[in-house]
Ligand binder design. Structure first.
Ligand SMILES: [Zn+2]
Length: 152
C-alpha cells in the first residue's frame, strides 16, 4: 500500500471511530423523559368496523394500562373523533367508522396530555378534580401539579 493510501485509510478509521463515539455520547445524553415513555407501553386498539360503527374490544384494558378511568378515555376519544358512542359491556362502540391508526394516535395524545408529567415525563400521575371542577394532573415522582383540560 502507498503511504498516501495508508494515511487515507487511517483517516477513514479515525472518522469512523469519532462517529461511533459521537453516537455513544448521543445515546448517553438522551433525556430521561424519552427513556421513561419508551419503557411505558400500552396496547394498541383491537377491534373491527361493524357496518357504520367501530367496535373496540380492549379500550378498558388500555385505560387500565394508562391508569385512567375508561369513561374518561372514551369521552376524550369521542370528542376528538367528533363521534357519538357508548360502552356495551367491555366493548366500546363508536357510532362512526374510525381507523385503528387514528384511534391509536388519539390515545397517544391522551397519554401525553393526561398521563405523562409535563415536567419530568414520568407516568406516575393521578388526576384530581378540585371543588371548582378544575382537573389537575398530579405527579407522584416530582410533585408537579398542572391543570389539564376537563372533558365534558
Ligand atoms: Zn413529574
Amino acid at each position: 500500500m502507498s503511504t498516501k493510501g495508508f494515511i487515507k485509510k487511517l483517516q477513514n478509521k479515525l472518522i469512523m471511530s469519532d462517529y461511533e463515539s459521537m453516537l455513544d455520547k448521543a445515546y448517553a445524553e438522551l433525556p430521561e423523559l424519552m427513556a421513561e415513555s419508551q419503557r411505558f407501553t400500552f396496547e394498541k386498539v383491537k377491534g373491527h368496523i361493524e357496518g357504520t360503527k367501530t367496535v373496540i374490544i380492549n379500550l378498558k384494558q388500555i385505560a387500565k394500562d394508562l391508569g385512567r378511568k375508561p369513561e374518561h378515555l372514551l369521552k376524550y376519544l369521542l370528542k376528538e373523533s367528533a363521534s357519538a358512542g357508548k360502552w356495551a359491556g367491555t366493548r366500546a362502540i363508536f357510532a362512526s367508522k374510525i381507523s385503528a391508526s387514528s384511534l391509536n394516535k388519539k390515545i397517544k395524545k391522551y397519554a401525553s396530555e393526561f398521563v405523562f408529567c409535563s415536567e419530568c415525563g414520568k407516568p406516575d400521575t393521578t388526576l384530581e378534580v378540585d371543588r371548582n371542577s378544575i382537573t389537575r394532573l398530579k405527579c407522584m415522582a416530582c410533585g408537579t401539579k398542572k391543570p389539564v383540560k376537563s372533558i365534558r
